[in-house]
Ligand binder design. Structure first.
Ligand code: SF4
Length: 348
């Protein structure tokens, strides 16, 4: 008989590890889908094989990464079920992941879906009525099995069809972690994270920045936000020059490299030619800055970068900056701008 396949939603946290293992240990094949966006675990895309090998070795689970960025960036514009405490649209996020997982079922010949959700564990997205709403809006009613709380929920198709033995599932609920830890021990799972990888959208500072971007605080036209824009939003000091030009200034070498690697035609990149100092980037410079304001915007962008450059006798001095635009690059000496002036342009 052909082995039943289930697709698991895998955050990497203990609950999702257990949910996938509990089903796999009933003799089913589980493919764990790890969704990534620029807001969570995006760096894993650079080390797919290493990550998959590590999950297989530690937990005996086959994992595949799925980039959810495209739909996710749109979702943040106006999530139907609103935001949590910060800029985290948890209910719509789960609906989107399940919708995508359901679309992938045919590709994997999967019969049902699995998540590690535990009833009552999170106030917003794991109440019983919300669990039902999520599966309904994702078109997964009856298809989605939550092994850790299954005995508190109506039997799903996988249980009714006898693919999964409901008796071997669980009735966990609430915020306590003890039952999960005991189950991990019973399954021989030792090295697991205390929580799933951090979601930037729940961070009040960075999530707040992203929220501001969507509300137009960085650029009047936030319609076309890209992964690249998000990466730029998550680094450095952020400024809005003259109420409309978005400038990012790196705070250390790592951020300077990230700022520099974010440059794309149309942006203006400011780099200290020889003097130690930050790298700064003015997004959409060529397209956004009106001709009559170019000089002013160049002086401001370079001047802020110079103000953060290495001080000489306690003072920032004029230094040479190399400016790269979409039309080429040039070097020029720029004066630092007074902090009392440019701090008014800071977005935080
Ligand atoms: S915390 Fe982030 S990843 Fe998790 S459900 Fe909420 S928005 Fe999605």
């Amino acid at each position: 008989m052909k082995q039943t396949v289930a697709l698991g939603l895998f955050s990497g946290g203990l609950d999702s590890i257990l949910a996938c293992r509990v089903i796999a240990d009933q003799g089913l094949k589980v493919v764990a889908l790890k969704f990534v966006t620029p807001f969570f675990d995006y760096d894993l895309l650079e080390k797919k094989e290493v990550y998959a090998a590590e999950v297989e070795r530690k937990y005996g689970i086959t994992v595949e990464l799925v980039d959810l960025s495209e739909g996710y960036l749109d979702l943040l514009r106006n999530p139907l079920h609103g935001f949590g405490k910060n800029f985290n649209p948890c209910i719509d996020c789960k609906i989107l992941m399940l919708t995508r997982a359901k679309e992938l079922m045919a590709q994997y010949s999967a019969s049902f879906l699995v998540t590690g959700e535990v009833m009552g564990q999170r106030p917003m997205s794991q109440r019983k009525d919300t669990l039902r709403l999520i599966e309904r809006d994702a078109g997964c009613t009856g298809l989605l099995l939550r092994p850790l709380s299954a005995k508190l929920l109506a039997p799903t198709m996988a249980e009714q069809e006898g693919r999964v033995d409901r008796e071997q599932l669980f009735a966990f609920s609430g915020r306590g972690r003890k039952p999960q830890m005991a189950l991990a021990k019973a399954l021989g799972i030792k090295d697991y994270p205390n929580a799933a990888g951090g979601c930037i959208l729940t961070d009040c500072n960075l999530g707040g920045r992203i929220g501001k971007y969507y509300s137009g605080a960085y650029t009047p036209d936030s319609k076309d936000i890209s992964v690249d824009d998000v990466n730029l939003l998550l680094v450095g000091r952020q400024f809005l020059l003259f109420d409309k030009y978005w400038l990012v200034v790196g705070r250390d070498e790592k951020e300077n490299n990230r700022v520099a690697s974010s440059w794309r035609p149309g942006d203006w990149l400011f780099e200290m030619t020889t003097h130690p100092g930050p790298t700064a980037l003015l997004r959409f410079g060529d397209a956004q800055v009106e001709e009559q304001h170019k000089e002013e915007a160049l002086n401001a962008g370079a001047g802020i970068a110079v103000a953060y450059s290495k001080k000489v006798n306690g003072k920032a001095r004029p230094v040479e900056v190399t400016v790269t635009t979409g039309k080429g690059c040039f070097s020029q000496v720029y004066k630092p701008i007074a902090e009392s002036v440019f701090q008014l342009w800071r977005i935080e």
